[in-house]
Design a protein around this ligand. Structure first.
Ligand SMILES: CC(=O)SCCNC(=O)CCNC(=O)[C@H](O)C(C)(C)COP(=O)(O)OP(=O)(O)OC[C@H]1O[C@@H](n2cnc3c(N)ncnc32)[C@H](O)[C@@H]1OP(=O)(O)O
Length: 421
């Protein structure tokens, strides 16, 4: 059997349509994910969203449609106290007849190598296949949680309402308001990503490849402003279950970002005080939302299962550890094992200078030893290294080192990526 050739290209867009190579790539990608079979014209419009991204494909010549796909782009990833250039990866899909032949391995290894050479400090993805990506050095770094509110029980402690609310109908006006709010809000949450224009489009309008670019007409964007008229937060919502049968439907939160506790409270007051609604759900909340604390009866909120969200692969240890800030002054030697080589080494992390942590290679004895996925899990502060010691994923080589590492890496607020990709 002929080994497919790997090709990488950037989509070209002419008069609102993407080129033939991108159309073929998009067709292959949708098929690998059991998506709809769409005509070329629609695929060409979908491909426009990939402008500026890198498309990789494995091609069994002379077929112009790839048998395996991967898409990546340059993203900004929030770390505690800063953000770093990161390689965001999605759309890894292999034709059902070509699986388990190492095609993902080839595409992904190539993408990681290129990203490392281009200066990305980390690579990130979300996984449909559990811990599959650990073999390429990805560690689970953030979780998301589903929250469900029984609005009949939700009585707010704070008197209100305060500020003003506006339903913003026009997508361009909604984008102009929500994007700057998200750009500020995301800096508080390690693991959050700057969003692409196409991601905003999908979020606000709901038109994506899966529904053939049909807008989701149930979506509504609501912005909250303080008494001086400054926007402080927004929610994108949609009715998930109609009120028709019960008179008490279900409202789903697609996205909610708030810059202040008041903005957060008032957005939730709005959500919980809708006529025709008995339940509000949010699938992609952080694992530590203040929501139950808003109510006189915290049982108004049911905390649902938390599920894996962001997987992180460290590509440049000094760049990543040096870009974040640390709450304690200490120094530890971290030994990282990494078959792909990107994070391998003995690294001395010295946080005595809070504004300029030093990361140097060190030949001394390590305090902790871990494989690359473990470093990816703990580096944002969203996973406690002591838990990974108990799971035998992190080895403590000097007494108390895991606890010291946990204090060093602790994040100022919950690690959370609220953007599906
Ligand atoms: C970031 C994202 O895009 S997540 C989306 C992932 N894609 C999907 O879920 C779409 C449907 N699935 C697929 O397209 C494919 O099965 C993929 C992408 C999951 C795997 O692609 P393949 O080309 O078959 O993987 P590849 O042959 O490179 O496998 C590499 C190794 O991972 C293993 N592996 C691959 N898929 C799986 C899996 N689902 N479960 C367990 N092990 C797996 C292989 O056995 C192989 O291990 P080995 O080297 O020890 O033999």
């Amino acid at each position: 059997m002929v080994t497919p050739a790997v090709r990488t290209f950037s989509p070209r867009v002419v008069e609102g349509s993407s080129d033939a190579g991108t159309v073929a790539w998009t067709r292959a990608q949708l098929a690998a994910f059991l998506g709809p079979r769409l005509d070329a014209e629609l695929l060409a419009r979908i491909g426009v969203a990939f402008e500026g991204n890198r498309l990789r494909g494995a091609y069994a010549d002379p077929d112009p449609t790839p048998v395996a796909t991967l898409r990546s782009w340059d993203a900004r990833l929030t770390v505690p106290g800063g953000d770093v250039p990161a390689d965001a990866i999605t759309g890894i899909g292999v034709r059902s007849t070509h699986r388990r032949r190492g095609l993902t391995d080839r595409l992904l290894s190539e993408d990681l190598g290129a990203a490392a050479r281009a200066g990305a400090a980390a690579a990130v993805l979300t996984s449909t296949q559990g811990a599959l990506y650990e073999r390429w050095g990805f560690g689970l770094a953030t979780h998301s949680r589903r929250l469900t509110v029984d609005t009949a029980r939700a009585r707010f402690r704070d008197a209100g309402p305060r500020g003003t609310l506006e339903v913003v109908d026009r997508p361009d006006a909604a984008l102009a308001l929500t994007r700057p709010l998200h750009d500020r809000a995301r800096r508080r949450h390690p693991g959050a990503l700057e969003r692409l224009a196409s991601q905003w489009d999908q979020l606000l309008v709901g038109a994506g490849p899966w529904n053939g670019l049909e807008p989701d007409r149930l979506r509504q964007v609501v912005v909250w402003r303080d008494d001086d008229g400054r926007p402080g937060g927004y929610v994108v919502l949609r009715v998930e279950e109609s009120w028709y049968a019960s008179g008490a439907g279900t409202l789903g939160v697609v996205d909610l970002q708030a810059l202040t506790p008041t903005a957060y409270t008032e957005l939730w007051r709005h959500l919980c005080s809708q006529d025709l609604i008995g339940t509000v759900t949010w699938s992609d909340a952080s694992v530590d939302e203040p929501l139950p604390w808003l109510f006189t009866d915290p049982r108004a909120v049911v905390l649902g299962e938390s599920r894996p969200m962001l997987w992180l692969r460290v590509l440049d240890v000094p760049a990543l550890l040096g870009a974040r800030r640390y709450p304690t002054e200490d120094a530890l030697v971290l030994e990282v094992t990494d078959p792909l080589g990107h994070a391998r080494g003995r690294w001395r992390l010295d946080t005595h200078d809070r504004l300029a942590p030093a990361v140097t290679t060190d030949a001394g004895e390590p305090d902790v030893r871990m494989p690359a996925p473990t470093l990816g899990s703990v580096v944002l502060g969203g996973v406690d290294p002591r838990v990974l010691v108990r799971a035998n994923r992190l080895e403590e080589r000097s007494a108390g080192a895991a606890a010291r590492l946990a204090r060093m890496l602790a994040a100022p607020s919950v690690a959370w990526n609220g953007t599906r990709f």
